[in-house]
Ligand binder design. Structure first.
Ligand code: PEP
Ligand code: MN
Length: 354
């Protein structure tokens, strides 16, 4: 389906990434105001804060709800920033509109549910407000596109998306795996759709935020939504991934905004695929090592030797011929498997001599 999209119409400095920043949750009026004032002083023009928090387990802090809405109104009045929050039900929409919230985002857990998305979309009929749709938690581009289409069909024209990464059983490095090929494909299909990246939820750790932000800009995303807190260690939710307004300024100072050329974009698409495969390679090697350690324990119990030459020759020979079939040089395959085997032997020797 063709999308009927209008510009988001939010403040945005020409040539710079669109920026939304603020805490994961609006915890107290004091925390909201302090964070907002620091961010406004850094030049941030759109403030985010979660009022209703979709938490995985009950009993965690689930947001202050309506009580926090007047705090966001105060942010608007005292800093002139626009304010953004997550809405997950028509009731949220109604209360947030009454409170004068300027920008809505749809959370990853909500985007997975077409019934919920449809209800929210219906509640927005006739309302002209920017809506940013986060990707669903599972890596399903069609479900993401479906959610975007539901809003567009309900007449929401100021639409954008936020790529925040995808859940996977293996946590690997990231809290939510970037799978850059998915937003890249979305951009290919709908080039006019503004696309932001949320490096905070994606990384799940503050030290990963700058490099993910850079990668997002390198694949030509239009902006960033970054979780910032006046005191990240004290945060009531997502404490590990929030940065201070000061960190945000450093991050921005270091970001490289590359001038787009066809060639650069092509290379960065390919490099993302390589990064993805390398992540998988490292993950597979680490899983292989954990099986080797299991074998090491068993060999120790049974009084077996660590190296069995016949098994070693079998591995090298088989892998070499598999490599040849797939067009990878035998020398290269041999070196890789010698190294892998050497590391397995080292780990098993460590276990046996413990
Ligand atoms: C959030 O941005 O506060 C949030 C809950 O994110 P997500 O829906 O991406 O998990
Ligand atoms: Mn959060």
């Amino acid at each position: 389906m063709e999308l009927d999209i209008h510009p988001l119409g939010v403040p945005h400095e020409e040539g710079k990434p669109l920026l939304i920043a603020g805490p994961c949750s609006a915890e107290t009026e004091g925390q909201v105001m302090e964070t907002a004032k620091e961010l406004a002083a850094q030049g941030v023009r759109i403030f985010r804060a979660g009022v209703w928090k979709p938490r995985t387990k009950p009993g965690c802090f689930e947001g202050n709800g309506e009580k926090a809405l007047p705090w966001l109104r105060r942010v608007k009045e005292e800093t002139a920033m626009l304010v953004a929050t997550e809405v997950a039900t028509p009731q949220h929409v109604e209360s947030a509109l009454k409170a004068g919230i300027d920008v809505f985002w749809i959370g990853a857990r909500t985007s997975t549910n077409p019934f919920a998305v449809q209800e929210i979309a219906e509640s927005l009929r006739g309302v002209d407000i920017p809506v940013l749709v986060k990707n669903p938690i599972n890596p399903d581009l069609e479900l993401w596109v479906g959610a975007i289409e539901r809003f567009n069909r309900a007449g929401v024209k100021r639409l954008g998306v936020i790529h925040r990464g995808f859940s996977s059983y293996d946590k690997k490095i990231y809290r939510y795996h970037p799978m850059w090929q998915i937003p890249i494909e979305l951009r290919r299909r709908h080039p006019q759709l503004p696309m932001l990246c949320d490096p905070s939820h994606m990384g799940g750790r503050k030290d990963l935020v700058p490099s993910l932000a850079q990668q997002a800009l390198d694949i030509n995303m239009d902006g960033l939504m970054v979780e910032c807190h006046c005191c990240p260690e004290c945060a009531w939710s997502d404490a590990k991934q929030q940065i201070t307004p000061d960190d945000l300024r450093h991050l921005f100072d270091k970001l490289i905004i590359r001038t787009e050329t066809q060639e650069t974009e092509y290379i960065s698409v390919l490099r993302k695929q390589i990064d993805e495969l390398d992540n998988q390679l490292i993950d597979i090697i680490s899983r292989r090592m954990s099986i080797c350690r299991e074998i090491g324990k068993y060999k120790k119990e049974q009084g077996m030797k660590v190296v069995h030459t016949s098994r070693y020759s079998e591995i090298i020979e088989n892998r070499e011929s598999q490599g040849t079939v797939l067009g990878v040089g035998t020398d290269c395959i041999k070196r890789i498997f010698e190294d892998i085997h050497q590391e397995s032997v080292r780990q098993q020797i460590e276990i046996i001599n413990k």
